[in-house]
Design a binder for this molecule. Structure first.
Ligand SMILES: CC(C)(COP(=O)(O)OP(=O)(O)OC[C@H]1O[C@@H](n2cnc3c(N)ncnc32)[C@H](O)[C@@H]1OP(=O)(O)O)[C@@H](O)C(=O)NCCC(=O)NCCS
Length: 298
């Protein structure tokens, strides 16, 4: 939750309409299986001249948006990459720990707003099914000029693959469950003895039976920001949670400059948050999946 606003855009439109790529991008469910309503893409690099269909869809979306807004700042993801962008969206595991840390460090300018290594260990250990990542296969030798933190921590796509292809994390969402409707400092925290004590009786961190999914971190690598990556992962996440019936709502705390960003996904602005995490100044935002929405102040 960086304190350095990159965009102060006043945004009025919503993103209620589905992204053309949202059903075509390969998405693994929380159970770990792969669902793909479109073509069966691998995040392996396609060496052919033709770009994958889902990439073309992403491009169309981004180009359309770009034309509509005549924005000089929003670049297509592919414009930034020297290899085909074929996103693989999947739940995270503890093996993604180092990539999550690298991405978080790069994305959040304010260290106080970052999720610590221990918190990542806790969250990826206790509820990995609530955490999602966007990955893309990269052949290091062919990824000229592509230098992001998570390239260094990427895992090989297959053991022994000759081209050395690795699956690189580009964005992540990290969440836990809570019994409260809004994100509290207790939910943002974690039990210090989580490695030795089961179950969690401290009242801190993840509450297994909670019906609120608290999003603690949405992060896109800075080199890839502003070209739809945040929208891609958030829409995939919302779709997955809606389909799973595993919660009543999603809640998060956001700095003021991102309130409009989350509103466009359908989050409601509840008001100033009581959470003092990282120095405070947060706004409560919530996305009701059913039932009556909480009172809003705007
Ligand atoms: C905030 C963040 C996740 C957004 O991801 P992103 O990939 O850069 O954003 P996207 O490209 O998906 O943005 C899509 C749209 O949101 C708009 N947008 C971006 N930042 C915005 C902001 N602060 N307020 C309003 N709209 C914003 C873009 O203009 C774009 O609009 P368009 O689709 O109409 O052209 C990313 O910038 C990031 O990781 N920041 C650092 C970490 C952070 O602050 N995370 C959030 C708090 S947990």
């Amino acid at each position: 939750m960086s304190d350095s606003p990159k965009k102060a855009t006043i945004v009025k439109e919503s993103w209620d309409e589905p992204l053309p790529n949202e059903t075509k991008t390969k998405t693994q469910t929380s159970a770990g299986s792969t669902s793909n309503a479109g073509r069966a893409t691998d995040d392996a690099v396609d060496d052919s001249e033709d770009l994958p269909d889902d990439f073309a869809e992403v491009q169309k979306t981004i180009s359309g948006e770009r034309r509509r807004r005549q924005s000089k700042h929003i670049k297509g993801i592919q414009d930034l990459l020297s290899f085909p962008f074929s996103p693989n969206i999947r739940p995270l595991t503890i093996s993604d720990l180092e990539s999550c840390i690298g991405l978080e460090d790069a994305a959040f300018a304010n260290p106080a707003h970052r999720c610590s290594r221990e918190k990542f260990e806790y969250r990826l250990g206790v509820c990995p099914e609530l955490c999602l990542g966007v990955f893309c296969t990269v052949i290091p030798g062919k990824a000229k000029g592509f230098e992001i933190n998570t390239l260094r921590t990427a895992h090989p796509v297959e053991t022994g693959r000759k081209d050395g292809a690795v699956s690189v994390m580009m964005a992540h969402i990290i969440s836990t469950r809570s019994n409260e409707e809004l994100v509290t400092d207790q939910a943002m925290d974690y039990p210090r003895d989580f490695k030795t004590r089961e179950p969690n009786t401290a009242g801190l961190g993840h509450q297994e039976t909670g019906r609120t999914i608290c999003i603690h971190s949405l992060a896109v690598d800075p080199k890839l920001q502003g070209c739809g990556m945040g929208k891609l992962i958030m829409k995939a996440y919302l779709q997955q949670v809606k389909n799973s019936n595993l919660a009543d709502r999603l809640s998060l705390i956001a700095q003021g400059y991102l309130v409009n960003y989350y509103k466009r996904f359908g989050f409601k602005h509840v008001g100033p948050s009581k959470a003092s995490f990282g120095g405070g100044g947060w706004h409560d935002m919530t996305f009701e999946l059913g039932g009556s929405p909480p009172k809003q102040n705007d």
